[in-house]
Design a protein around this ligand. Sequence first.
Ligand SMILES: Cc1cc2nc3c(=O)[nH]c(=O)nc-3n(C[C@H](O)[C@H](O)[C@H](O)COP(=O)(O)OP(=O)(O)OC[C@H]3O[C@@H](n4cnc5c(N)ncnc54)[C@H](O)[C@@H]3O)c2cc1C
Length: 402
Amino acid sequence: MWGDGLAHLTIDRNRCNRCGLCLAACPFDALKMEKEIIVGDDCRLCRICIKECPQGAIAIRGRLEDRGNRSLYQGVMVVAEEFAGTIHPVTYELIGKGSQLAAASGQEVGCLLMGHNLRSQAEELLTYGLDWVYLCDHPALAHFRIEPYTACLAAAVDRAKPSTVLVGATPIGRSLAPRAAVRLRTGLTADCTMLEVRPDGELVQIRPAFGGNIMAQIVTRHHRPQMATVRYRVMDPAKAGPSRGRVIPLRLTETQLASSIQVLEVLPKAQEESITDAKVIIAGGRGLKRKQDMDLLRALAHSLGGQIASTRPLVEMGWVEHNRQIGLSGRTVRPQLLIACGISGAVQFAAGISSCETIIAINKDRRAPIFDVAHYGFVGDLYEIIPRLLTHLGKGGRINAL
Ligand SMILES: Cc1cc2nc3c(=O)[nH]c(=O)nc-3n(C[C@H](O)[C@H](O)[C@H](O)COP(=O)(O)OP(=O)(O)OC[C@H]3O[C@@H](n4cnc5c(N)ncnc54)[C@H](O)[C@@H]3O)c2cc1C
């Protein structure tokens, strides 16, 4: 499990009397009694066996302090996400940001790609300005299973020694990153919305905290790599160009590839509309008086080829499905056009719309904070303004002609 020279458990044969107390104590079932006691890949270096051994035969050897030796770790590694041969778009966003971070300190940027039959995808990733792609290609990785994926990420970090590891804050990334961080004995900041790098290579991991009232800046001072998950749709994606890097095969042992999870069948999920991918969003807030008034927003969304979304209170009242909530505890959106109707613009909502191309706000209170983030605003009653917009659009008009 641990790369050459990294910390590992050793058992002094001269002292060990094979009493078996360590096997019984190990919470990870990582020790096996053969001719002598064998330490398996599941060992987490938790030290419980060391405390239990009456002979003092067990010790940790190797460079546990490697993780604290910052100079050994250089560059940025993006963990690519793939499903059924398709790379998740968050990967390109992470590459875009990773390239900026690496360039700021003159270091390399690369990707880790795990799965099966992914050679062409690895080559394609190289066209996004990467210096290398570690490709771990094996049938055991065909589906996401947490144990081999964690082992693979840990092995790739031990090989490439990146200073920074970026993972998408997707359901898979949110499962993988914390486990890998524990395995790598380093910190992790979840759900970052901004990343910056200091001249000394320290990654400033920025995310809303305390209910969105502050933007916390988190750094990993003493351990490497610096790990962060990053929300989908908050970073600009990298652009393809000529390829200059190389694909490096990464091989795992059978033990590393083992999993207690068996994938019996993969059932396609019904394709559902997602506000994350919408180009036009009409969002409603508490300025709406009744649930039926959402139809006004639906009509506007329909005439502009968009989707409806809302603030949290409307979701809590059951007017809108939870997957249409924008904001800190909802989704981050990045449409070309967002029309905020009767929304005050609380920080928790505004956190989800900071990357929208154009925001138009309709609010009868001219001091509402939504006007601080909107590019254009209508000060007035949404019940008067939206019908006028609809009439105008019905006549083939454009919003900016009003
Ligand atoms: C930990 C935490 C997480 C949160 N996460 C989220 C989140 O993810 N998303 C989210 O949205 N909120 C979230 N919230 C709630 C957030 O703080 C606000 O309460 C919420 O965003 C307010 O929603 P609103 O703008 O619809 O309502 P209000 O703040 O009540 O604003 C209504 C606005 O409508 C205007 N208005 C009223 N009538 C009309 C009219 N006829 N025409 C035009 N304008 C009109 C008013 O002037 C007012 O500005 C969170 C809160 C906490 C504590």
